[in-house]
Structure formats: structure tokens, C-alpha cells
Design a protein around this ligand. Structure first.
Ligand SMILES: *Cc1c(COP(=O)(O)O)cnc(C)c1O
Length: 476
């Protein structure tokens, strides 16, 4: 026995010998000599271990090269690659929020491939400001006097607070002390901005007099925050935007409105629920901040728009330099904003709006089409039915407003835990398929599914094992 094992081990080729084979040299060509050597060594080590515990036959050099090739392919795969967002949340923060318009993608690619006049005035040959590329567009779309852009809305809020209220006080209603996912908590941001938080009112009610009596010589800013991911209802009172603006103006204190998502167009015109537009907000605040990759449908960015003298002050803050964006995103933002000058075609061109306004009938037809091949692929252990479901906008926009949608509801017939295994398998597909579990069923909301052939091809690579799926549950 021991001798047979030893002779099998001796049969294994050395790394050097393997590297000289044709199969290995094509790997070297593709992945480089060092990575290929490492992979061959790893496969050999594993093979030796298997032979030690009694594996039957040593693999051929071709087979070893093949295993090394598979290892290299797995290792060299990028971790950022397309997935199917079938969660029903259109702007899913964990899945990268907005999908960019073609025009934005093209502009970003051009900027990546080439030198661009980022901070360079082509007329005079002198230095210019990078914000100039989008300032005009933002002002035209929002009615603001001036505008600037930073890394994201969290950065916009931090920068605005730091500029207006560092070493001073910032007044906020207790009903608006928000936490957004990912550790964005207003009191913490306030502290980092160097501002002293002055909470006023109560969770459910804040009155004009609360603001008036909190204003002192130390007040740097009044902050209004759009409660984007929750709603306070019942016995409530808020100060109307116009009234708050008047209070701030009377006291000569700037009013900053963190709008969160914000939208550049009236969503009701597209059959969606109203969300405050930036244009409205600008009429009742000195500065307004909002995100680039939420309802606006562009890349990650944070915009600050409003009064010129305050924007200029913000631009002089050294923190602005640390929070600025690069040419790639700037190009994508400019292209995205340009789409807004043609509202009639915005819905076709801006994926976010296209998904949000996709008719339910259209989604239901797709579900009907996909049901047979999906049921076929999943096999007898699962039932698949067409269903009506509710999509969400996501990223904190209109948290209580859902959109009637359609999809496929998958249930495990024999044992409930199979549904978890199924969703894990779908997440492991060539192009991962990500749904949501609801009442023990896996729901695939098809609102954001555009590439049906790719979906079916990814699904067909997912192997089901009916025996395992239908085996009785071991847990009692
Ligand atoms: C989303 C949101 C933020 C953070 O914006 P990011 O662009 O994600 O940094 C801040 N404030 C409000 C009210 C928000 O909704």
C-alpha cells in the first residue's frame, strides 16, 4: 500500500516540467509566469495531499494545468462585476445605487482615456475651476445662484456645516436628527464639522418659536434635514419651509437644507409620488445639499447649491479640496445633467427613471415569459409562480411609497431551508441573481431586469440537485 502510494507521488511532474508543457505556457501567456507557477504549485500540493489519503490515480500534466487554469481564472476575476438586482429596490445602496445613462458612461470613458480641460480655460489658456463644467447646468436646473460638487451628499453636509458653523452652533429640530445607513448620523457629522449641535423642539413637534428662541449670537446655521428614510405621523407639527426661511432671514442666519435624495424634476409628471424638488427647496433656503446617485440617477456625488457668497465661502474651505471629485465622475455628472434639458426623453435615457416608471403590465409580461424556463431550470423541488409585488425606490427616497411591480415567487416544496440554499446558489451564478426572501419564499422582482438572455444563461449555469433539495430536513 505504502509503496503504491509513493510510486504515485513520484509520478507527479515537477513545477519546472509542468511549466514547459504547452497547456502551462498558454497560462503563462495569459496570467504571467509568477502567478502560473504559484497556481501549479498549489495544485500539486493539493494533489499530493489527496494521494496521501488514498486518491486512486495521479492526474496527468494536462489535467494539472487545467486545474491551475481554473484556479487562476477564479483568482483573477474582478470582485466588481455585474449582478442582477432583482431585489425590488431600484436605488439599492449595497448594489451601487443608480445605473448610469449611456451618455454618462461614454463621457466617463472619454475622460478616462484622454487628457481633458478639467481646470483649464481653452479660451485664455489659463487655469479654471473644475466646478465650472457643471455650475451652469446646476444653476439652470435648480434656479440657484451658484453651485459646487463634492464626493457625496454626506461630504456636502459636512463641508457646508464646517464652513458655516465650525466653532459655532447649529440648530436642528429633534424630529430631523437622522441616521442614514453606513454610519451617517447627524450628531456625529455635526461634531466632525466642529459645530455644536443645538437640538430644539421634540421628536414629533417643532414650532417657529423653538427656532426663534434658540437663535443666539453664536448661531452659525439653521439646518433643515429631509427625513428621507422615515416618517413621523400622528400628532405632529413642523415649521413650513417659507416660515423657517423668514425666521432665518430675520435673524440673518443662513438656512441649510439637506434634501438627501432630491430630484431635479417634478416626479408627479412621471406618475410617481411627489418628492421635494431642488428648485422648490432653493426658494426657501440659502443652501441646499443633495445626492448625485439617488433620484438624480448619476454617479456618486454631493451637490451644494444656493447663494453665491456662501458657495464661494465653501470653495475657500480647505476641506473642499479634500472632498473634490475626479474628472471621470465630473464628466458623467455633466452628461447626466444634460439629459434633464430634454424632459420628454428623460424617461428613456435615464435608467433610474426608466425603472421607476416601468409599467407593471410590462413587468408582468416579462414574468409570464420567464416563468416556464425558470421553473424548468429549478426542477421539481421548487414551485415557481408569477406574482404581484411591490418595488421600492430605495436610498431613502419616499420610504413609504411603493411601486406596483411583478415577478416570480419561488417556494421550496419539501423543506423550507432549501430556499436559502437556492438563493445562495443564485448569488453564485455567473452573473449573480439577487432577489429577496419574503415569507419564506424567494421573490425575484423583475422591474430592473433588462437583459433577459443573459439572465437565462446565468440561470442555466446554476446546477440544482433534486435529491439533496428534496431530502428530508435533518433538523427537527
Ligand atoms: C442619503 C442621504 C444623505 C447621504 O447622502 P450620500 O450621497 O449617500 O452621501 C444625507 N442626508 C440625507 C437626508 C439623505 O437622504
Amino acid at each position: 500500500m505504502g509503496n503504491a502510494r509513493n510510486s504515485k507521488l513520484r509520478c507527479l511532474p515537477s513545477v519546472d516540467k509542468l511549466l514547459k508543457t504547452e497547456a502551462a505556457s498558454s497560462l503563462t501567456e495569459r496570467y504571467g509566469r509568477e502567478a502560473t507557477t504559484d497556481a501549479l504549485r498549489a495544485v500539486l500540493t493539493e494533489t499530493r495531499a489527496e494521494l496521501h489519503v488514498g486518491a486512486a490515480t495521479p492526474p496527468t500534466p494536462e489535467h494539472i494545468a487545467q486545474m491551475a487554469g481554473a484556479l487562476l481564472a477564479r483568482k483573477s476575476r474582478s470582485t466588481i462585476f455585474p449582478v442582477f438586482n432583482l431585489t425590488g429596490t431600484v436605488l439599492h445602496t449595497n448594489l451601487g445605487r443608480a445605473i448610469l445613462a449611456d451618455a454618462a458612461v461614454e463621457a466617463a470613458v472619454e475622460a478616462m482615456r484622454n487628457a481633458v480641460a478639467l481646470e483649464f480655460d481653452l479660451d485664455t489658456g489659463r487655469r479654471a475651476e473644475r466646478d465650472d463644467h457643471i455650475k451652469g447646468l446646476l444653476c439652470a436646473l435648480t434656479g440657484a445662484e451658484d453651485a459646487t460638487v463634492v464626493n457625496n451628499n454626506a461630504a456636502a453636509v459636512l463641508l457646508a456645516l464646517n464652513t458655516l458653523a465650525s466653532g459655532r452652533q447649529a440648530i436642528v429640530s429633534r424630529g430631523e436628527l437622522i441616521e442614514i445607513g453606513g454610519a451617517f448620523r447627524m450628531p456625529d457629522i455635526m461634531a466632525r464639522a466642529g459645530a455644536q449641535l443645538i437640538e430644539i423642539g421634540t421628536t414629533n413637534r417643532t414650532h417657529p418659536s423653538d427656532y426663534r428662541s434658540a437663535i443666539t449670537a453664536q448661531t452659525g446655521v439653521i439646518l433643515k434635514v429631509h427625513t428621507s428614510n422615515y416618517v413621523i405621523s400622528g400628532f405632529t407639527a413642523q415649521v413650513r419651509p417659507a416660515e423657517l426661511a423668514a425666521i432665518a432671514a430675520d435673524a440673518n442666519v443662513p438656512l441649510l437644507n439637506d434634501l438627501g435624495s432630491g430630484t431635479l424634476v417634478d416626479l408627479t409628471g412621471y406618475g410617481l409620488q411627489a418628492e421635494p424638488t431642488v428648485r422648490e427647496a432653493v426658494t426657501h433656503a440659502d443652501l441646499v445639499t443633495f445626492s448625485g446617485d439617488k433620484l438624480l440617477g448619476g454617479p456618486q456625488a454631493g451637490f451644494i447649491v444656493g447663494r453665491q457668497e456662501l458657495i464661494e465661502k465653501i470653495n475657500r474651505n480647505p476641506m473642499k479640496r479634500a472632498l473634490r471629485i475626479d474628472k471621470i465622475r465630473l464628466a458623467a455628472i455633466e452628461a447626466t445633467l444634460r439629459l434633464y434639458s430634454d424632459p420628454d426623453r428623460l424617461c428613456q435615457r435615464l435608467p433610474t427613471l426608466k425603472f421607476l416608471t416601468r409599467p407593471q403590465k410590462d413587468i408582468a409580461d416579462q414574468a409570464e415569459r420567464l416563468l416556464p424556463p425558470v421553473a424548468d431550470q429549478l426542477g421539481p423541488a421548487f414551485s415557481v409562480e408569477q406574482c404581484v409585488c411591490q418595488s421600492q425606490i430605495g436610498s431613502g427616497a419616499l420610504p413609504l411609497h411603493t411601486l406596483a411591480s411583478a415577478g416570480l415567487r419561488i417556494r421550496a416544496l419539501e423543506r423550507a431551508s432549501a430556499i436559502e440554499r437556492l438563493s445562495a446558489k443564485l448569488r453564485g451564478a455567473d452573473r449573480p441573481i439577487i432577489g429577496r426572501i419574503e415569507d419564506g419564499a424567494l421573490v425575484l422582482d423583475l422591474r430592473c431586469l433588462t437583459d433577459e438572455p443573459e439572465f437565462l444563461s446565468s440561470l442555466s449555469g446554476v446546477t440544482m440537485d433534486p435529491l439533496i433539495e428534496t431530502a428530508p430536513d435533518h433538523r427537527q
